[in-house]
Design a protein around this ligand. Sequence first.
Ligand SMILES: [Zn+2]
Length: 95
Amino acid sequence: MSRAAKNWARRKRRELMDLLGNVCAHCGTGENLEFDCIYPQGDGHHRGEASQRMCFYRRQFREGNLQVLCNVCNARKGDDEPALVVTAPLPDNPF
Ligand SMILES: [Zn+2]
């Protein structure tokens, strides 16, 4: 990835963090923050480059589907609600 793209991604990340308050939506900490899709969108975007990820997160933000979580709450969200950790396409009928 080009340096310009990396810088762009870093700038956009900071902008989004500012817009979302720079704190975890659950516990309020300002450390180890990550973007999190409120309504899970799968993990396809995790594999992209930083600039692609930021495009994805900006889109989620515009749709009101982005929050900031710290890595602890993000991991806990996975524990409490396993359905939110989508690592593969869900079967049509999970029951
Ligand atoms: Zn937290």
